[in-house]
Design a protein around this ligand. Structure first.
Ligand code: C5P
Length: 253
């Protein structure tokens, strides 16, 4: 690993130069941060779980025609991905009021929204990723109108599919955050899904008990964070059963 060139280190992932031009290796760390990195911890096994869950979700989405950066998983913590220019937006899709939107608009957490809502935040840690309007995106040229139309259409399609996928295993998809990138193709660009989709970037509640199976367990000090992520992976059929020792079950390479 040390011989590879590190291109970027984020809060939960590291990007290394890939084996071929146009590729990167995405490494999932065990580090967790919340509230713009004011709260930090290391959660043993989280990176392994997110690597597997994100692989699973990206492959399912590819099957329904969503273009993604995922090429293949290379080991427990790493996946080979297509190199893209990240569009500087955090695209959030919400089905149930929770988190910052519940707080911002004074809606009780858990209230079903009248329809799915897509929100945009500017990817700027130094500003705390502020919520922005489509107008800002157009005016400042963060994405073209065509790109934004595609992003919204893909986000709603992803939401529809993932709501059904999670409902099938007794989990409610409350909300999620995704990112998109521009892939160079024949002198032009294609907008594709990038980053990750995992319990770090989604709110996932058990349908019967409303138990949180996502990063809110860390944000709100609810405990059993990796146990909850393991539960998601197990229900999706990624892990065979609740493993006594995560490293044995997931240590396939
Ligand atoms: O905190 P907030 O309610 O805005 O988060 C909405 C959704 O986006 C949640 O699923 C959260 O995990 C995700 N999110 C994220 N990364 C951020 C902000 C939010 O994955 N920087």
């Amino acid at each position: 690993m040390s011989r590879r060139k590190q291109l970027y280190e984020g809060k939960a992932k590291i990007l290394y130069e890939g084996p071929e031009p146009g590729t990167l290796i995405q490494y999932f760390k065990d580090d967790a941060t919340a509230f713009n990195a004011q709260k930090k911890a290391t959660l043993d096994g989280k990176g392994v779980l997110n690597n597997r869950i994100s692989e699973f979700v990206m492959l399912r989405l590819a099957e329904i025609g969503i273009p993604t950066h995922f090429i293949k998983r290379v080991n427990m913590r790493e996946q080979l991905i297509k190199r893209v220019e990240i569009i500087p937006l955090e695209v959030i899709c919400r089905n149930i009021a929770a988190g910052t939107m519940a707080k911002r608009l004074g809606i009780e957490e858990g209230e079903k929204l009248p329809r799915s809502i897509v929100e945009f935040c500017l990817k700027r840690d130094d500003l705390g990723d502020p919520v922005i309007a489509e107008e800002h995106i157009h005016a400042f040229g963060w994405a073209t109108p065509e790109e934004l139309d595609e992003i919204i259409a893909m986000t709603l399609r992803i939401n529809d599919y993932l709501q059904g996928m999670f409902a099938g295993v007794g989990i409610r998809l409350v909300d999620f955050k995704i990112e998109f990138g521009r892939l160079d193709v024949d002198g032009g660009h294609q907008v594709i899904l990038a980053d990750e989709i995992s319990p770090d970037s989604c709110r996932l509640w058990d349908m019967e008990t409303n138990k949180k199976l996502d990063k809110d367990r860390f944000r709100r000090d609810l405990g059993d964070v990796t146990e909850a992520y393991t539960e998601v992976a197990t229900r999706l059929g990624i892990l065979k059963s609740n493993p006594p020792n995560l490293s044995i079950v997931t240590g396939d390479k």
